[in-house]
Design a protein around this ligand. Structure first.
Ligand SMILES: Nc1nc2c(c(=O)[nH]1)N[C@H]1C(S)=C(S)[C@@H](COP(=O)(O)O)O[C@H]1N2
Ligand SMILES: [Mo]
Length: 547
């Protein structure tokens, strides 16, 4: 009689195994992302899988959803997006972990598929210039698959070990993975900082040239002495930021060039920053605003810019505007991150101060605002004029080429619409009865603002006092001294531009070429002498105590 061993007892995975397997999937994902981060350091920050997939999502999100996201999340929209990508990834990773319990090969194939998605996203980004952009995602997927394999093998096998022992071994390996992933991520962070050191050093070392054509001093009366009104010049740190860049491009000023080419260019030009510094440098105050700004919204700022006249450079390249027989009617600016922004050649060359700017409020452009050089055209919304991190200018036609936002539903041409905003009092505030300064800003770049009026409830339009006009390319402050009576009141403002056209009260959304309508705020005026808040006061610390 021979002794045959009994078949090994196979243990069906239970709830705890599945939970641990899901955790294992997530740990494998963390390990993969950490390895991807390390490899990213040797490629470029934009090739990081989460960044690349996030960029793909940005480019393919329907316009309506994007507008909603900007409204809901404001300038943190990018963090929200990346967090969203990470959450989706975590859910998929947990699922693959559970799948690996029974169908390990299938789960590993799933990890590979995720790696391919990341790699494809990275290498198809418009700014991708090398196949090496696939490396972070592929290396990450390989690492992730290895971790998943090792962890699940500990969890389900070998059958001779007790469940408690396999789980202990799993947890030890899992903790090791986590420590390794965190360490690798920190390492990648610090090494990544070194990579952009050149750009930072080039910005720190930059000495801006003196303007041959300085901007006149801001007139004394441009800034009204009213509490709560926008500062006439927006400090750089408060200047709004709108762009699609999930990683802020860090361009080395010393190796930056701009190429001017295309239809009707008789002398193609490539200029360096030093070349621009040697040209006639001009300084101008210009107000920039975003087409996505809702009536009363925050996406507008006014700064003192230093740069060169774009029209001069174009003329040097032999470009003629359409009115002088030039064949190109669109100037397409391209940035290092692949953004394309189209402006009418006629507008850029009509004598206004269209700039290639390298200075902002006395310092080199901040990285987020386009260092080393950006474009600005007074009178046009940012998405059709203000290309940051600019790398080339191509002359073409509107018929032949749609810039980035055009197939996404925005107009190819978009001059700024006349608008006014009430900065103070704030909506739902409770000013005291008596004289209340109702004040804000109004803008109609390149046409100027000639009048601002305020209406209280359904009353007549009353003229506001205007701050001094700096230039017709800047916004203008205004104040209306209101004799406020107790109760609930709605204040509305409207501007008239330099051509005499009154801001329309017709409401329109931001899409496709800028919002219209009048900004209103509702306030509740409290009685003058410290008494009870007026009826209708909003529930708040001052009124809840009385109920
Ligand atoms: N490269 C690049 N340039 C860009 C954008 C962008 O997404 N990428 N956004 C444009 C838009 S929509 C606006 S409103 C302005 C905003 O400039 P700011 O961020 O300096 O305020 O930049 C413009 N230039
Ligand atoms: Mo914008």
């Amino acid at each position: 009689m021979t002794f045959t061993p009994a078949p090994p007892p196979t243990r069906a995975p239970d709830r705890t195994d599945r939970l641990l397997a899901a955790l294992g999937g997530i740990l494998a994902g963390c390990g993969g992302l950490a390895v991807a981060a390390l490899v990213t350091v040797t490629v470029r920050p934009e090739a990081a899988p989460v960044v690349a997939v996030g960029g793909f999502v940005v480019d393919h999100t329907p316009a309506g959803v994007k507008e909603w996201a900007i409204r809901a999340f404001g300038e943190s929209d990018k963090d929200v997006l990346q967090t969203g990508v990470l959450i989706v990834l975590a859910v998929l990773a947990a699922g693959l972990g559970v799948l690996a319990l029974r169908h390990r090969a299938l789960a590993l194939a799933g990890v590979g598929a995720l790696g391919l998605v990341g790699a494809l996203a990275a290498v198809t980004r418009p700014d991708s210039e090398s196949w090496t952009d696939v490396l972070p995602a592929l290396a990450g997927a390989a690492a992730s698959a290895a971790v998943l394999y090792l962890l699940t093998r500990r969890l389900v096998g070998p059958p001779t070990t007790t469940p408690a022992r396999s789980r202990r071994r799993f947890l030890v390996a899992g903790a090791g993975t986590l420590v390794g992933a965190v360490g690798a991520t920190f390492l990648a962070r610090s090494a990544g900082g070194d990579r952009s050191a050149n750009a930072t050093a080039s910005r720190n070392a930059l000495r801006l040239p003196r303007p041959a054509s300085p901007a006149p001093a801001v007139p004394a009366g441009a800034q009204l002495p009213v509490d709560g009104i926008s500062p006439f010049v927006t400090p750089n740190r408060d200047f709004y930021r709108v762009d699609t860049a999930l990683v802020v491009p860090r361009v080395d000023a010393d190796s930056w060039t701009l190429r001017i080419h295309g239809l009707g260019v008789s002398r193609e030009l490539t200029v360096t920053l030093r070349d621009l510094f040697r040209r006639e440098v001009v300084e101008r105050d210009l107000t920039l605003n975003c087409v996505s700004n809702e009536v009363g919204g925050p996406y507008i700022g006014n700064a003192r810019w230093l740069g060169v006249r774009l029209a001069d450079l174009l003329r040097e390249a032999g470009v003629r505007p359409p009115s002088a027989g030039g064949p190109a009617d669109q100037l397409v600016a391209r940035s290092v991150d692949g953004m394309t922004i189209g402006s009418p050649v006629e507008t850029v060359m009509d004598g206004r101060d269209a700039l290639l700017a390298f200075g902002m409020n006395g310092e080199p452009l901040p990285f987020v605002h386009g260092f080393p050089v950006r474009m600005l055209v007074p009178g046009l919304y940012g998405y059709v004029s203000a290309c940051k991190w600019i790398s080339s200018l191509e002359l073409t036609t509107f018929a032949a080429y749609d810039a980035y936002w055009v197939p996404r539903g925005w107009s190819a041409q978009a001059p700024v619409k006349t608008q006014s905003r009430i900065d103070t009092p704030k909506a739902y505030s409770e000013p005291r009865a008596g004289t209340v300064a109702v004040a804000g800003v109004a803008w109609a770049q390149h046409r100027g603002v000639s009048r601002v009026q305020v209406r209280v409830d359904d009353g007549p339009w009353q003229d506001a006092e205007l701050g001094a006009q700096d230039s017709r390319d800047t916004w203008r402050e205004w104040v209306y001294r209101w004799r406020a009576e107790p109760g609930r009141h709605t204040l509305t403002a409207r501007a008239t531009d330099g051509t005499g056209a009154v801001q329309t009260e017709q409401r329109a959304g931001t899409m496709p070429d800028g919002a219209t309508g009048l900004h209103s705020v509702t306030v509740t005026v409290a009685a003058a002498q410290g008494g009870a808040p007026a009826r209708g006061a909003r529930p708040g610390p001052s009124s809840t105590g009385r109920r």
